[in-house]
Design a protein around this ligand. Structure first.
Ligand code: ATP
Ligand code: MG
Ligand code: MG
Ligand code: MG
Length: 459
């Protein structure tokens, strides 16, 4: 027998083949006349395959009829055309081997819908559910699509450090790295942190990516990022994955074009490659999801300045929880108003006030704003944050002084402006925000396998 996946066995081409399938039982249903139907899933696709087991199997009474949700089995048999309209094929079993039982009194996943809150408490078992299997497959496809996009655009994949001394000012609160005494397992004194230097888990690979862009042209980094966000929102994690392209000789308009092309491409890839999973989300998680994504792929993103956005918000007649005032950062409610009500399209906002953005963004001629760029989507708000970087040494140094930053800590970053400086730009996309958007999942904790948030690091 040929060992194949459930996804392969579900295709009409498999009909007539002798196969070996391995997976987990979703349900068992017994029929009169000595046979049972098993729904088998192995994670290769959303759907199950129906296994027909009958009393000619040696262990039919002793084992097959005791199979319950979650048991792991191997099935040998022949794929045949299914008389049902739901699926093309089914498997008539000639042998069933049981790897492991799952006591139905104790196994927490039963054939019913469980709440996401409950599933978060069993993050090690939730990938066995339809929703989390689908999220995992979409996450994989999207990650691969991200790499494909940048590779095709000529970007070099670089790896920026996780442990870093530079703090990418303004990106968010940081976790500090501590050295433990090998015997007591207690933190050593702070002067011995990372061999005498204070270091942190990276909040962004941008500064390091800039160094590589200023040598290799177009680069991107894609890895875990850490922020000590002590907030309980549905859009923030303490550990998330960020994609950060950085390109030399890139103006802000090039950066905007890249971001728009990039988002459309990964949405399109996921729709194409995860069609079955996306239909599941469309049906059970967010009705109309696929059409909404399609509209975004076909749309032209609105581009406007922060100042214009403030004007629109002030004239909107809406009552917001947070005040709208030039010089204050926008909140999710404002971002959603722009994308969901005013424009009904994705929005790229540029030219934010300098006082609310970090030191490295390029100062505009007006002296008041910087070449920042946030991409806002309906429902999730900010999905990308980026900017053209300040390439002029004197302006950058002045900005750092203004913000009270110690220039010595950034000596290498300033070197990039001291020697052969060039205009350059880049942005950061939160992978989980993008996943929330394409799956319709309401909480960011449900689109990453083992979420990190205040009070949760059990798994
Ligand atoms: P927000 O305003 O939503 O807090 P930010 O402006 O602090 O985001 P950036 O520093 O611009 O975030 O990071 C770039 C991108 O990384 C964001 O646009 C978002 O997609 C993602 N991101 C930022 N913080 C988090 C987080 N705590 N959890 C998950 N994704 C995040
Ligand atoms: Mg933030
Ligand atoms: Mg922001
Ligand atoms: Mg941002």
């Amino acid at each position: 027998a040929e060992k194949i996946s459930v996804a392969q066995a579900r295709r009409p081409e498999a009909i007539g083949k002798e196969v070996l399938l391995q997976g987990w039982v979703r349900t068992r249903r017994d029929s009169k006349g000595g046979f049972s139907f098993l729904e088998l899933n192995d994670g290769s696709c959303l759907g199950n395959i129906q296994i027909i087991a009958d009393n000619r199997l040696l262990n039919y009474e002793s084992e097959v009829k005791r199979l319950t949700t979650g048991c792991s089995i191997a099935v040998e048999g022949v794929v045949q055309a299914s008389p049902g309209r739901e699926q093309a094929t089914e498997v008539l079993a000639s042998r069933i081997f049981v790897y492991g039982w799952a006591d139905p009194e104790k196994y927490p996943l039963q054939k019913k819908r469980h709440s996401y809150e409950f599933l978060r408490t069993i993050a090690h078992l939730r990938p066995r559910t339809n929703s989390f299997g689908a999220v995992a497959r979409v996450r994989s496809a999207m990650s691969f699509s991200i790499h494909r996009f940048f590779q095709e655009e000529g970007f070099l994949y670089i790896h920026t450090p996780i442990i870093t001394a530079s703090d990418c000012e303004g990106a968010g609160a940081m976790f500090r790295v501590t050295t433990l005494d090998p015997l007591s397992k207690e933190p050593r004194n702070p002067s011995q942190d990372f061999f005498g230097k204070p270091t942190y888990l990276t909040v962004s690979g941008q500064l390091e990516a800039e160094a590589y862009a200023c040598a290799l042209g177009k680069v991107y980094t894609f890895g875990p990022t850490f922020r000590a966000e002590n907030s309980n929102t549905t859009r923030h994690l303490a550990e998330f994955w960020m994609v950060e392209p950085e390109a030399a000789f890139f103006e802000l308009s090039d950066n905007m074009d890249l971001a728009e092309r990039f988002l459309k491409r990964i949405f399109r890839d996921v729709l194409e490659q995860c069609a079955e999973d996306m239909e599941f989300f469309d049906r059970w998680v967010e009705p109309g999801l696929i059409q909404r994504l399609q509209e975004i792929i076909d749309s032209e993103f609105v581009r406007l300045t922060y100042t214009e956005a403030i004007d629109i918000l002030q004239k909107s007649g809406e009552t917001f929880e947070f005040p709208v005032e030039w010089g204050r950062d926008l909140q999710a409610e404002h971002e959603r108003y722009l994308t969901e009500k005013h424009f009904r399209r994705p929005v790229i906002l540029i030219d934010y006030p300098r006082q609310i953005k970090p030191f490295y963004m390029r100062v505009n001629d007006d002296g008041k704003t910087v070449r920042a760029m946030d991409v806002l989507l309906p429902r999730v708000g900010e999905i990308i944050g980026g900017s053209q970087r300040e390439e002029r040494l004197d302006v950058l140094e002045q900005r750092m002084e203004e913000l009270g930053l110690n220039k010595e800590n950034y000596w290498w970053y300033l070197d990039l402006r001291r020697f052969g400086t060039v205009p350059h730009s880049g942005f950061g996309l939160g992978l989980e925000r993008a996943l929330q958007f394409v799956t319709g999942m309401g909480n960011i904790r449900d689109v990453i396998p083992f979420p990190r948030f205040p009070g949760n690091a059990e798994f």
